[in-house]
Ligand binder design. Sequence first.
Ligand SMILES: *Cc1c(COP(=O)(O)O)cnc(C)c1O
Length: 371
Amino acid sequence: MTGPRYTKQINALPSSVPFVGPDQSERERGAPFVARLGANENGFGPTDAARDAMQRALTDVWKYGDATSFDLRQALANDHSCTAANIVVGEGIDGLLGTLVRLLIGPGDVAVTTLGTYPTFNYHVAGVGGRLCSVPYADDQPNLETLFDTAADVDAKIVYLVNPDNPMGSWHTGEDIARAMHRLPAHTLLLLDEAYIDCAPVGTEVPLPFADPRLIRMRTFSKAYGLAGARIGYALGHPELIRSFDKIRNHFGVNLLAQAGALAAIGDQAGLQQRVQQIAAARAEISRIVQHQGLTPLRSATNFVTVDCGRDGAFAKAVLQALLARDIFVRMPFYAPQDRAIRISCAPFSELERFAHALPHALSEACQQPT
Ligand SMILES: *Cc1c(COP(=O)(O)O)cnc(C)c1O
């Protein structure tokens, strides 16, 4: 066959699309969802301050965004009591994960993750021909000791830890993570994905300086800040590691509207706190709804509640399918035993009400299925 000559790594990859988003699902179903509770978006939306700033920035959209996100990095540095040299801004955590993986992982290099946790990291590792080593959850939590010991055993370049975790909603305290880090070999970088840190209890942040060379933290405006569609996030780490992003990152990838929105969002901490409270109230409401149907909500430090359906993966999948058939978009973990659960994103009460209405019907339909 003639055509472009793909790299060995690309030729080795499947051609399927690993991430099917809700919009594509709607097109495939031929019907819109009435409750969008599957992508951990923030249905409460950005605060007025962020929205207004983006609207004002619209007249300048003919310009490229500032390639160094200078103002935003200054504001983030103030907010985190560090310096701008500790911060790189990127196209969401997903984009930053890709850049970090390209910085550290070459063909055959090893990274360690938790089996069934947020999968985009794996996708990037596969894309550069890296090798992935997956450690099972322990009690629905990433297993710190096994993760770090495995990293030592396989001489991993990166160990990826999502805290609080997606899809389980569980979390480790920052103290526990810092304490377990003595197990990490000197040349393994801890990549901490803190997409949900804004929703988590005090004490979830790792009590180490941002300049500690053993770890890099990634945060986002997609979840608590409600700016998922703007595609903007940042990483906090040692200045040398942060500077190395400049070698390969997409310098004009963070658009002008996103920078304006994020800057205003950082400046509106009262607005953020309001969103965090709305998310907490929605978590309580989801828990109430599912308990009313005899299901068990797992404790969550995120903007979703993972709900134990009380049986096996096949049953949870039947519940999920029955919800989808009622135009309720939710997702579920991929691997046993975590796949006994479905994952419900926080959202305004009007949407949760639709979920509450559909759930008993979905459950009785799932119960009637042969197992
Ligand atoms: C949602 C999510 C992301 C994606 O963040 P973006 O900044 O929107 O790319 C990354 N990691 C985890 C664990 C998430 O749940």
